[in-house]
Design a protein around this ligand. Sequence first.
Ligand code: NDP
Ligand code: KPL
Length: 283
Amino acid sequence: MIGVLGPGGIGGLVAARLAAAGHDVTIVASERTAAEITARGLRFTAPGMPEVVSYPAARAYLTEPVDVLFVAVKATDLLPALQRIPAKTLGNATVVPFLNGVDHMSLLRATYPEADVVGATIAVEATRHRPGVVEQVSPMTNVTVTEGNDVAELLAKASFDVATHPEETTVLWRKAVFLAPFALLTTAANAPLGEALEKRGEWLRPLIQEAAAAAKSQGADVDADAIETRLRGMPSTFRSSMLKDFVDGRALELDAIAGPIIRALGRENAPATVDAVTTILGG
Ligand SMILES: NC(=O)C1=CN([C@@H]2O[C@H](COP(=O)(O)OP(=O)(O)OC[C@H]3O[C@@H](n4cnc5c(N)ncnc54)[C@H](OP(=O)(O)O)[C@@H]3O)[C@@H](O)[C@H]2O)C=CC1
Ligand SMILES: CC(C)(CO)C(=O)C(=O)O
């Protein structure tokens, strides 16, 4: 039995793919979204594939144990969302958060002391158009999972592109060093990657250097130059989920994404990150 908390872009994709692979999936969502999915199913599209509609169970609270719980709410919603997952019901399940950032790990471990919380990241562009309607925009779904559990095998069998790494810190920070500069640059420029680089291209390198310095200070193994090359090679139309939230007036995961860098280095050693945050906040 698989649980998915937060059937948005990422949670909806995970639920749809695992349901298609034959798993018994229960979605935990707000009352409105759970009712919508119960009535009309979960509609999922991916590049080059026809729309698939699945009918996972959808509830406002987790009432039955699951083997694995995927957590895919925004960091800004994590605390209220966890109230839908009682620790007693979850027991010693495996918990796989796909949130960007690093700080959610300690909150999940404190909330679910018996559970096995596994560090993992997902690199895909996915969007929830409305409750129960989810689109995978980019073709690849690259997942990286910390070794020592069955999560990689579970996801690989559901056609995710899966890599593993022995250290959780490296798994989480490698994604953060790619994501934070991309999200901060595109949101501060209020533009997709190509236009953001034209407007504020000089920001990219210092943002990556600061994120990489923070990662290294936490013991992560990251290669800043390789990440810069990868980011510069992304399509000019590439938009971060933070930019989409900014444009749509939703809460931003600024603390989850920029916060760990500023806290690790101190404000004075993270000037580009602090400037980007200040610009985004309208300062
Ligand atoms: N989108 C992307 O391309 C990527 C996103 N990520 C990360 O994944 C995480 C999820 O992002 P994303 O999928 O884009 O987010 P979305 O906004 O698309 O989805 C979030 C989901 O969480 C639900 N939710 C919010 N509050 C609660 C609550 N209190 N109880 C239950 N459910 C709740 C929302 O429900 P409701 O339907 O009720 O609004 C929605 O279904 C973020 O940390 C993001 O940074 C990582 C890689 C790529
Ligand atoms: C960069 C991307 C799309 C990669 O998955 C992402 O994580 C985000 O924008 O939040």
